[in-house]
Structures are given as structure tokens and as C-alpha cells.
Design a protein around this ligand. Structure first.
Ligand code: KG4
Ligand code: ZN
Length: 330
């Protein structure tokens, strides 16, 4: 089964062709990062305009690289949200037009399901599993008891972890996106700055706005004293506190739900400090991390999620025919 998938929720225009949910025949990603960099973050209006400019070309390139024709495509999968509405609309309308013109079924995929299913490209998922979703817009702990069933155990009460990374980077002038630079500098520094307690007690919820404000105030105070911020140490202190709380809550969820597998997903899943801590601390279950190229937004992950969504919908229909109860897919 060949799926053509489309992702345009933020600042990447991407189209991919996936065979049987595993084989990536093509994954074309047109990134706008260099354009948004000069503004210190994504400008929604500019993002929409760039998607319009690139989308047809990205479609054509993805089909050409895959070496297939339109007739070989069985399903179109497109990110339906969450994301920037103007950006989403470009991908959704292009996908709808393509599906309509070629008489192909179309299916909307949740962006976070895509990030989670980036892990299924290289590994077969084993249930129950716990997935830590860490992206620019989301921070969630998800329990999956079977394919395409997502139970939210906890989430951020305020900022997403990627957002906090980007803000810290901006405060010390490291540019956008800040996560990768903070990650790189953290490796060179020591966690010598005191950070606030962000554990939120025993819950599975997170909060990152407190540590973000703390870093901003700390930097202002140091500047006012005409002293210099040790940027690598600041990055190391921030990263240590953040990754510690992410890993601690993951360990608690793995134990409570007897998980067989633990995964991470989303842009911050590329974080080397987080990956190292997971490797050191989580060794009683299978650990899956997505390949770096599938951590940030891309259409391949949407195609893989679309495949499993399609299979579980079919299963639901079969169960309906057998008179059994419906699965909860939302
Ligand atoms: O998942 P993503 O592409 O976008 C959303 O769906 O939100 O994630 C983008 C986020 C940005 O905040 C970026 O700074 C962060 O992922 N990021 C990282 C790293 N690479 C990307 N954060 C920390 N360490 C990294 N190595
Ligand atoms: Zn994303």
C-alpha cells in the first residue's frame, strides 16, 4: 500500500511517499528556517506564503524521487492539526485537490500522532508503551495500549519544552531555533547555576514557564551587575534541570503502567543531553528514539501514522461488522 503524505503545520513544507507503513520511498522537506531566523521565530503570515510557493514543487519532487506514478498511490494522508492555521490550510487544500483529481481516499492525521509514529519507521512498537512527546508546541506523556490509541497521562500546564529552549536561547542571543545551540553549548558547560524546582510534585504534568522566567531574570541581574553570563554553564544548568524532570516522570509512568517500551518524539527528541540521560537511567524496558532526520517536522512521520490509523479504522469497521463494540480512536 502506497501512501502520499503531506505536512505543513509550521515552517516545513514536506511531502513523502511510504510503502506499507515502513519503507520511505521519498521524504522531501523544504525548510523555511533561514527565512524565519532573521525575525527570531516563525512569522505565521510569511510561513503561509512560503508554503504556497513551495508546495507544488515538493509534491512533484516527492513523486519523482519515489519513482511511482499517481495511479500507484492508494491513500493521501495530511496533517490536520494542531498547527498554524494558515500553514495547515495550504497542505490540506493541496492534499485534497490531489486526492480529488486522482480519485484517492484522503485521511487527516494528528500532528503529534505523526511525531510518535516516527519511531515506527525503524522499530515495531510493543504495547503497552509510554511515549514522551517533546516538541516546540507540546510536552506530553502518552500511554499507548495498542496501535493508534493514545491516553494522555500528563502535559505541560504552560509552555512547551521546545518553546522554553527557544526562549532561553533568545535571552542570551543564540538565535532561532535555539534548542540545537543550547544542546551543543550545554555539553561544554557545567550545571553551576541554581535552577528552580520544576517537578510539580507527584503528577505527570509539567511546567516550564517558571524556569524560563528564572533564566531571563538571572541574565538581567548578571548584566545589571556588569558581569558576564557563562553561557555554556547556563545552558548546562537549564538542560540538566529540564531533562531530569522529563526522565523522572517517564520512569514513574513506565513503572506504573508496566510498559514494555519507552519512546521519545518531537523536535526536542533530538536533544543529546536528554538522549544520554535516558540511556543512563532507563534500562529495564526497550527504548526507542527516532532517527534525527525524523525528529523535527516531516511528512514521512505523517504517512506512517496515516498507515496505522488506516489499519485501525479498518479493524474498527471489521469489528462493527462482527457486532462487537467500537474502539475509541480519538
Ligand atoms: O517538533 P518540532 O519540529 O515542532 C513542533 O511540532 O512544535 O520541534 C521544534 C522544536 C524547537 O523548539 C527546537 O528548538 C527544538 O524542537 N529542538 C531542540 C533540539 N532540536 C530541535 N531542542 C533541544 N535540543 C535539540 N537538539
Ligand atoms: Zn512538530
Amino acid at each position: 500500500m502506497n501512501i502520499l503524505s503531506v505536512e505543513s503545520s509550521c515552517d516545513e513544507t514536506s511531502v513523502s511517499i511510504i510503502k506499507d507503513g515502513k519503507e520511505i520511498l521519498s521524504n522531501v522537506v523544504l525548510s523555511q528556517i533561514d527565512i524565519h531566523k532573521q525575525y527570531g521565530g516563525v512569522v505565521p503570515e510569511i510561513a503561509s506564503r512560503e508554503h504556497i510557493k513551495g508546495i507544488t514543487m515538493v509534491f512533484e519532487e516527492a513523486i519523482q524521487i519515489a519513482g511511482i506514478t499517481r495511479k500507484d498511490i492508494d491513500l493521501v494522508a495530511v496533517t490536520k492539526g494542531p498547527g498554524l492555521i494558515g500553514s495547515l490550510l495550504i497542505g490540506i487544500n493541496a492534499a485534497k485537490a490531489f486526492a480529488f483529481a486522482n480519485d484517492i481516499e484522503i485521511s487527516g492525521v494528528h500532528h503529534i500522532a505523526g511525531h510518535i509514529y516516527a519511531n515506527a519507521i525503524s522499530k515495531d512498537l510493543e504495547f503497552p508503551l509510554v511515549c514522551l512527546v517533546v516538541s516546540g508546541g507540546h510536552t506530553e506523556l502518552i500511554l499507548m495500549k495498542e496501535h493508534y490509541s493514545f491516553e494522555k497521562l500528563g502535559e505541560t500546564m504552560d509552555d512547551a519544552v521546545g518553546e522554553a529552549y527557544d526562549k532561553v536561547a533568545r535571552t542570551v542571543g543564540l538565535g532561532y531555533p535555539g534548542g540545537p545551540v543550547v544542546d551543543r553549548l550545554a555539553k561544554e558547560g557545567k550545571p553551576s547555576y541554581k535552577m528552580p524546582d520544576i517537578s510539580l510534585g507527584n503528577t505527570y504534568n509539567f511546567s516550564f514557564s517558571g524556569i524560563k522566567s528564572h533564566v531571563i531574570n538571572l541574565v538581567h541581574n548578571i548584566n545589571q551587575r556588569n558581569e558576564e553570563v557563562n553561557i555554556p554553564d547556563l545552558c548546562a544548568s537549564f538542560q540538566e534541570t529540564v531533562s531530569e524532570v522529563l526522565v523522572n516522570k517517564s520512569i514513574k509512568a513506565i513503572a506504573e503502567y508496566n510498559a514494555k517500551m519507552f519512546m521519545i518524539a518531537g523536535g526536542v527528541a533530538a536533544n543529546k543531553g536528554l538522549r544520554k540521560k535516558i540511556e543512563e537511567r532507563i534500562n529495564n524496558v526497550k527504548v526507542v528514539v527516532p532517527e534525527f532526520k525524523y525528529c523535527t517536522d516531516n511528512a514521512a512521520m505523517i504517512g506512517v501514522a496515516g498507515y496505522y490509523q488506516y489499519l485501525s479504522k479498518q479493524q474498527t469497521d471489521d469489528m462493527k461488522l462482527n457486532g462487537k463494540s467500537r474502539l475509541n480512536l480519538e
